[in-house]
Structure formats: structure tokens, C-alpha cells
Design a binder for this molecule. Structure first.
Ligand code: NAP
Length: 328
């Protein structure tokens, strides 16, 4: 059983919860692999650490791997679980292997690299990838997994650090239906919604749609706030009114005030958005889809990186427009 949403993880609860067996993919290979509860988690970063924490708190036996081993040791101290030295060791004997690393190259390394997890995946097991990557690597790894008789599911997430900590992520899924149904109880531990969009790569393509929508919106919000300030308007009053009308958005509700204060030491980093929009624009070029606004915003993020803002939140676009907004 998973914890109630918004529940903060507490070490004492971990011991109290019994492991919950999950249903298994209805195929012969899976039936042969009776132990369905062992989960390996690769990548205990800002997102992976709390996600794995929810699984530990729900009672799943975990084998965790992190490149910087001290983080895995910290996780084991906080939540229990077994610390593995390599992705391959972590995946050994696990029915479900979950990854949340940085980009395509990182994912390639933890799957197909020397000591990668793929060499240890058992027949019928499932690899779930929460990294935001290109759709092409998702399809490649799906095919590679198929040849080795296990499953690969692309499962990028949205909702940020807060969503991971509160168990309120949105998960966009690509891959085989049966494998996705099998992992659903696991995803339920940290997701408010998990939707299969289609075949391999569809999860990543959906995450690209998500990023396209956010990028243009953030630039528009930055422009609106800059305009309001220059016009001498009381921005608090402006936001109070327009956030109740058609201009309302998550970004407006959660980022407008901090943008005006020049606070960007939180949230989703410019470096990550640059990476994501690179995948978006490559995909768009392949499909011959014009994305003029996304292309522009990608350049603006490059500019922020040059100014040393790679780790700033994506709402820092306003710094380029309003000389009055300086990073706090
Ligand atoms: P993060 O804090 O930088 O964590 C990245 C994790 O991947 C770390 O555990 C890191 O290990 C590991 N890693 C990176 N490269 C590796 C490699 N080559 N081999 C092995 N391990 C490697 O990043 P994050 O914020 O958790 O983001 C993870 C993914 O989720 C990214 O694809 C990001 O775009 C996506 N995402 C992030 C957010 C967000 O708000 N942060 C929201 C939605 C989606 P070390 O500890 O050794 O560095």
C-alpha cells in the first residue's frame, strides 16, 4: 500500500509497512519469475531520492544505486534498503528496475554501459525510465530490452521536486500495456496521475509537449510582468485580478511573485530545460513541425546559461527583460 498523498516520509513508518506484492505481467516468462517485489532504483537525485523514498516507505524491498555513493549510503540510512555498487549489481535479482538519471548519455551508461543494468535484467522483468530523454533512445532501449526478453517503459515525469516529495507527480508512459499495468501500483506511490499514451517513446514525446507549453508560457509571463512594472502598475494587484481570469496558470500562481523578487534558487533548472528543448527541437525537425516560439525561448535559456544561470529556475527568463529584476 502506498502512503497518502502529501505524506512526509518518516523512517519509523518504513519498518511498520509490510511489503506489498504487485501483480505480474501475464506472460510465461513473468510467471516463471515469481518474486515480484524486489525493486532496484538507479539515480537518487533531486527527483529519484524522494521517489525511491516513497517506495521504501510503502514497504517495497529496494536495492539502490547512485553514482556518488554517499547519496546511496544516506538513503540506506534514512529508509533502509540495500546499497549496490553498480547499476548491474542493483538490477541483479530485481523484478522492476527504475531509473531517474540526467540525459540520454547517462541513461545509456546505466543501461548498456559496462556494469549497466541491462546485463542483469531477468527474463520478463521491467525497466522503467523516469529520466527525461529523447524519444529515439526510448525506442532503442525498448527494442534492445525486447531482444533480451524483458520490458522497457519510458515514463518521464512532471511536477518537479515538490511533486516527487509529495507523491504528486504526473507520469507519461510509453510501452506495452501489460508491463505498464504491472508497474501501476508502484507508480501510484509517487504519482497523482500515470497515463499510457502509446507505444515506446510516447511518454517522452508527451513530456516534450509539456515542455513546449511551459517554455512559451514562461516567456509570456516574464513579458507581462516586465510590462506591468514598466507601466508603473501595482503588480500585486495585477496578479490578484488576472490570476482569477483566463491568463491564470500554474506558473503564474507559483512563480510570478518569486520572479518579481528575483528568486530563482529552486525549481526546475535552466540546464535541464535546455536539454529538454534540444530533444524537442530535434524531434520537431524530424517531423518538419515549426516551433518558432520554442526555438526563441531555447536561445534565451542559452543566454541565461552564459550569464551563469544554468542552475536557476526556468522562471529566470525575466532577468533578460527587466533590468530591475536581479537575482537575489
Ligand atoms: P539530479 O538531481 O541532477 O540527479 C541526477 C541523478 O542521476 C543523480 O543521482 C546522478 O548521480 C545520476 N546520474 C547522472 N548521470 C549519471 C551517469 N552517467 N551514471 C550514473 N548516474 C548518473 O537531477 P534530477 O533533478 O533528479 O532530474 C533527473 C531527471 O528528471 C532529469 O532527466 C530531469 O530532466 C528530470 N526531471 C527533473 C525535474 C526537476 O524538477 N528536478 C522535474 C521533472 C523531470 P550523482 O548523484 O552521482 O550526480
Amino acid at each position: 500500500m502506498c502512503l497518502p498523498k502529501n505524506h512526509l516520509l518518516d523512517r519509523s513508518e518504513v519498518a511498520l509497512r509490510a511489503p506489498k506484492p504487485i501483480p505480474w505481467t501475464p506472460n510465461k516468462a513473468a510467471a516463471a519469475n515469481a518474486d515480484v517485489t524486489k525493486i532496484a532504483f538507479l539515480g537518487l537525485g533531486v527527483m529519484g531520492y524522494p521517489m525511491a523514498g516513497h517506495l521504501a516507505a510503502a514497504g517495497y524491498p529496494l536495492q539502490v544505486y547512485n553514482r556518488t555513493q554517499s547519496k546511496a549510503a544516506e538513503f540506506a540510512r534514512q529508509f533502509g534498503g540495500k546499497q549496490a555498487a553498480t547499476p548491474r549489481d542493483a538490477a541483479h535479482g530485481a523484478s522492476i528496475v527504475i531509473a531517474c538519471v540526467g540525459n540520454d548519455d547517462d541513461l545509456r551508461q546505466v543501461t548498456l554501459g559496462s556494469d549497466g543494468a541491462f546485463d542483469a535484467m531477468g527474463e520478463g522483468s521491467i525497466f522503467v525510465d523516469h529520466t527525461t530523454t529523447s524519444a529515439s533512445i526510448a525506442r532503442t532501449l525498448y527494442n534492445e530490452a525486447g531482444q533480451r526478453h524483458f520490458h522497457f517503459v519510458d515514463a518521464p515525469v512532471s511536477g518537479g521536486q515538490a511533486g516527487a516529495e509529495n507523491g504528486q507527480l504526473s507520469v507519461m508512459l510509453g510501452g506495452d500495456e501489460a508491463a505498464i499495468e504491472t508497474i501501476r501500483p508502484i507508480l501510484d506511490c509517487y504519482a497523482q496521475v500515470a497515463e499510457r499514451i502509446g507505444p515506446a517513446g510516447s511518454g517522452q514525446l508527451t513530456k516534450m509537449v509539456n515542455q513546449i507549453c511551459i517554455a512559451g508560457l514562461l516567456q509570456a509571463l516574464a513579458e507581462g510582468l516586465t510590462f506591468a512594472t514598466a507601466a508603473g502598475l501595482d503588480t500585486r494587484k495585477v496578479l490578484k485580478v488576472i490570476s482569477k481570469g483566463a491568463a491564470q496558470s500554474w506558473q503564474m500562481d507559483n512563480r510570478a511573485e518569486t520572479m518579481l523578487r528575483g528568486e530563482f534558487d529552486f525549481g526546475f533548472a535552466v540546464d535541464w530545460m535546455r536539454k529538454d528543448l534540444t530533444y524537442v527541437l530535434e524531434e520537431a525537425e524530424r517531423n518538419e513541425v515549426p516551433l518558432p516560439v520554442t526555438q526563441l525561448v531555447q536561445q534565451y535559456y542559452a543566454d541565461l546559461q552564459e550569464r551563469g544561470g544554468g542552475r536557476w529556475d526556468t522562471s529566470s527568463l525575466i532577468v533578460r527583460l527587466d533590468p530591475g529584476v536581479t537575482r537575489q
